[in-house]
Design a protein around this ligand. Structure first.
Ligand code: MG
Length: 387
């Protein structure tokens, strides 16, 4: 059981235009990890990508982490010898890496890790949620996962009309909870957007807002005071992710839930959030992205760090809005998952035929992550395998 080849390509992903990034600014790296295992005459190939929001990782993958996987040979085989062990593969990728410096290497490792889990679950003939539940001793019920629709970026022209159209579209698809962006306009205009969306929802606890880490400490305080009366579902990514003092200050003055963790990429960062961020385990939400924080071995460490600090794993709602995060939420019994129904294509979203029923969706039962259930995405992944 070995990895015989790793293919990678960095591709643009579609976010509709925002004021500070602009259309087409973002990309991600797609990878194909080719094993020496054959099924129906073809090699088993695991696919992965760098999730959404932190750019492609081709350089680190090509120069550092993929060669380690290929050089590891039989060292990656599971104890029973009949599969690749993604935990062993992770240890091999990280051999010689020093603590700290989480920067972007965590995303490069997480990208390959996603493909390794896809390959291992395919070799086992299981959907990832079941394979991962077995691997971690968790009890996956395969039950539908609560999801919320992420979107609500700034449209520029006709912003409110297009925003409310977008949210109506989410509701028409079966979503019950949504998240929109704030922090890119003067506060008064953001409050108008919030009120426009609230007019479409049954209650304020159906709307979360995401400041994308843009507020400075004073802006964060002003926004918290202004939004507290709404009682929104959560207020996410308030300020610089490492500004734990501001997190703690907002947690003291803002009673509704907060969300943090999307831009914290290691167990060490999570420990600091738990120690110094002032967050409240009885209501706040943890939006760490499994692919961005060194993949599943790193994410599982973060879950353990937060559980030892008194958090329930249902506080986790992984970022990403794609199939991988959905499987992780299903396998580990997390509180839910983001959904990206129409942005960041073809990576955002679930199976082509997925049904969102009452705000919940089931992960596909195809072996692996089930990228094969998304026609646009699997076409892109398979193109990596061409000579
Ligand atoms: Mg966010």
């Amino acid at each position: 059981m070995r990895i015989v080849d790793v293919r990678e390509r960095t591709v643009p992903i579609s976010r509709y235009a925002t004021r500070d990034v602009g259309r087409g600014g973002l990309d991600t790296t797609a990878v194909a990890v080719v094993t020496d295992v054959r099924r129906d005459g073809e090699p088993v190939v695991g696919f992965g990508f760098s999730s959404i929001g932190r750019f492609g990782q081709g350089g680190l993958i090509r120069e550092r982490f993929a060669p380690r996987l290929v050089a590891a040979g039989e060292e990656l085989a599971s104890a029973s010898g009949d599969n690749i062990d993604p935990f062993r593969a992770w240890d091999r990728m990280m051999r010689g890496e020093k603590p700290g410096g989480h920067g972007e290497r965590c995303v490069a490792v997480g990208t390959l890790d996603m493909a390794l889990w896809d390959a291992a679950a395919k070799i086992a003939g299981q959907p990832l949620h079941a394979f991962l539940a077995d691997a971690t001793g968790s009890r996956s019920s395969g039950a539908p996962v609560p999801v919320y629709a992420g979107g609500g970026y700034y449209f520029g022209a006709d912003d409110t009309a297009r925003l409310t159209d977008e949210v109506r579209g989410f509701l028409d698809r079966g979503h019950t909870h949504v998240k929109i962006k704030i922090g890119g306009l003067p506060l008064a205009e953001d409050l108008e957007r919030i009120e426009a969306v609230l007019s479409l929802l049954p209650g304020a606890d159906h709307l979360a807002v995401d400041a994308m880490n843009r507020y400075d400490p004073d802006q964060a305080v002003r926004a918290a005071h202004a939004m507290a009366p709404y009682g929104l579902r959560w207020f996410e990514d308030i300020c610089d992710p490492l500004d734990f003092a501001t997190h703690a200050r907002i947690a003291e003055l803002y009673p509704p839930p907060l969300a943090a963790g999307e831009a914290l990429l290691s167990a060490a960062d999570a420990r600091n959030l738990a120690r110094y961020g002032g967050l409240r385990a009885d209501r706040d939400v943890l939006v760490f992205d499994p692919a961005h924080c060194y993949g599943l071995p790193g994410y599982l460490r973060i879950v353990r760090v937060m559980e030892s600090a008194g958090w329930d794993r249902r506080a986790f709602q992984p970022h990403g809005g794609h199939l991988f995060s959905l499987h992780v939420a299903a396998a580990l019994g997390l509180g839910g998952s983001e959904a990206n129904p129409h942005n960041f294509q073809p990576f955002g979203g679930f199976a082509d035929d997925a049904v969102v029923d009452g705000g919940r969706v089931r992960p596909p039962e195809a072996p692996g992550i089930g990228f094969e259930t998304r026609s646009g995405l699997i076409t892109l992944f398979r193109s990596l395998l061409r000579p």
